[in-house]
Ligand binder design. Structure first.
Ligand code: URA
Length: 485
């Protein structure tokens, strides 16, 4: 047997080096025993002569690019096969490069399941770490948090917090290891026990925020428990409110039903349009600035959608070389508010950006089509996808937005946006994750629309789609930052 002992921290890098060396020596997976430093193992491990005789050295081992991210996640899994399974697959890959495509293969299926579980755990950590201010003497504020992950994800997830909370000093303590971020430098060290972290004033803010965003009409206790598993509640200040909010939910729903806004009356729509138009006379002059374009768009009659929509919803955000997000068209709530992405899809979009460390205020957010297209059903207005003619008519405004903001990169959210931006109507699922180039070389990152996440189906499917969308946003953040200033 070859016994490989990995350090408790930095085990991914050490595993990689060890796996490469074992492969080069041709050591078969069944002859390797992996363990962490300090864990019990085979005292008689060593490279014995019998094994050496059966090894066929591999001079240049092949490590397919798709294998590494899967393996690196699986190595953080808490199961007993975390080190041996990736090595077994790596060994098998030397003879059959295509195994990873075969999801019915037991090793491949197990590796994927481990990767998924680690990825989800990492998302949970990003969502549920709650920092508490712990005081300090320097200029930078100091925070600490306690978190209990299912897997060994601290090292892979801590850089997210370093990007997101770069302007404060903080410490995240988990059972066995702590991440420390001081003056912009991140370090991970072993530790024992749970520190006593006091409550702070920020807890009150969380409670207020959570009370305000809580929507009793959307309360699905089972789904909530799957999204925010009960095991995390004890460290979440807002969880204290959950029993109280659940208990009062039915009453609140009743009150909301009574006060529910219905279809805005046609008169209200006309009033809103007039309010916008009265102080902005119609002109045929080609806009010379973003503000002029926004003002003129209020009168837009380039297609018929203006007839039923409440108002034009123009883009908003940073007008200087931003990261430009393009959605499809305003929804019901955007139509009433006059701002893009403020409804349910917008909330999901905001949360995904926050998790990926993207600041919405630094982006410019707009839609391919600026008026809400819908079909009345009773008192409700049901979203209807804009057709190609409507998208083409509205491109006038999108082109002006691009001309005046000169985005460094455009993100097309969904098929309509991808078509509006690139002129290419190819299947969005095939294009997802690609960075395409426009004629002027502007890069376009293609992903799905956040409302597709909300429509994914069961709570599990929604959670999975949300994770995948966040992964897209995280990748986007890194592609965007690679573009430089
Ligand atoms: N969907 C969109 O595409 N845009 C919005 O502004 C809201 C929902």
């Amino acid at each position: 047997m070859v016994a490989v002992i990995l350090p408790k921290l930095g085990f991914v890098e050490t595993w990689r080096a060890e796996a490469r060396s074992l492969l080069q020596r041709g050591v078969p997976p069944e002859a390797v025993s992996w363990r962490l430093d300090g864990e019990g193992g085979d005292l008689f491990g060593g490279f014995d002569m019998d094994i050496q005789a059966t090894c066929k050295p591999i001079e240049a081992p092949r490590i397919p690019a798709a294998f590494l991210p899967l393996a690196e996640a699986a190595l953080c899994h808490s199961g007993p096969e975390r080190f041996s399974l990736p090595y077994r697959l790596l060994f098998r890959l030397q003879a059959d490069r295509m195994i990873l495509q075969d999801q019915s293969d037991r090793d491949v299926a197990a590796l994927m399941a481990m990767e998924k579980s680690v990825r989800r755990d990492s998302h949970k950590m990003k969502a549920f770490v709650r920092f508490r201010e712990v005081g300090g003497e320097g200029i930078r504020r100091r925070f600490a948090a306690w978190f209990e992950p299912d897997h060994f994800i601290l090292e892979r997830t801590a850089p997210f917090f370093a990007r997101r909370f770069a302007d404060m000093d903080w410490m995240i303590v988990t059972p066995g290891a702590a991440a420390l971020f001081i003056d912009g430098a991140l370090s991970i060290s072993p530790c024992e026990g749970q520190p006593d972290i006091p409550d702070d004033a920020a807890d009150e803010l969380w409670l207020t925020y959570y009370r305000n965003i809580f929507n009793p009409a959307r309360l699905k206790v089972k789904a909530m428990k799957s999204e925010m598993p009960v095991k995390y509640w004890k460290n979440l200040p807002e969880a204290r409110l959950i029993p109280e909010l659940i208990a009062g939910a039915e009453q609140q729903v009743q009150a909301m039903r009574t006060a529910m806004p219905t279809l805005p009356s046609p008169r209200a729509e006309r009033i809103l349009n007039r309010v916008g138009q009265a102080d902005t006379p119609k002109t045929d002059k080609t806009p010379e600035s973003l503000d002029e374009a926004r003002t003129q768009a209020r009168h837009c009659t380039r297609c018929d959608l203006y007839c039923n929509a409440t108002q034009t919803v123009f883009g908003e955000g940073n007008p200087r070389n931003p990261l430009m997000f393009v959605g499809e068209q305003p929804g019901d709530q955007e139509d009433l508010a006059g701002r893009p992405f403020v409804g349910p899809a917008g909330k999901l979009f905001d949360a995904a950006l926050a998790e990926a460390g993207i600041d919405r205020a630094q982006a410019y957010v707009t839609n391919a089509v600026k008026h809400f297209k819908f079909e009345p059903r009773g008192k409700r207005r049901i979203h209807k996808r804009p057709d190609k003619g409507e998208v083409s008519a509205c491109r006038w405004w999108l082109d002006l937005e691009r001309q005046f903001t000169r985005p460094k990169m455009i993100v097309a959210l969904g098929a309509t946006a991808a078509y509006a931006v690139t002129g290419d109507g190819e299947d969005i699922i095939k294009r997802r994750g690609r960075v395409e180039r426009l004629e002027d070389e502007t890069p376009v990152f293609i992903t799905i629309h956040p409302s597709a996440v909300l429509r994914a189906g069961s709570p599990d499917a929604v959670a999975e789609a949300r994770d995948a969308f966040i992964a897209d946003m995280t990748r986007l953040a890194s592609v965007f930052s690679d573009l430089g200033p």
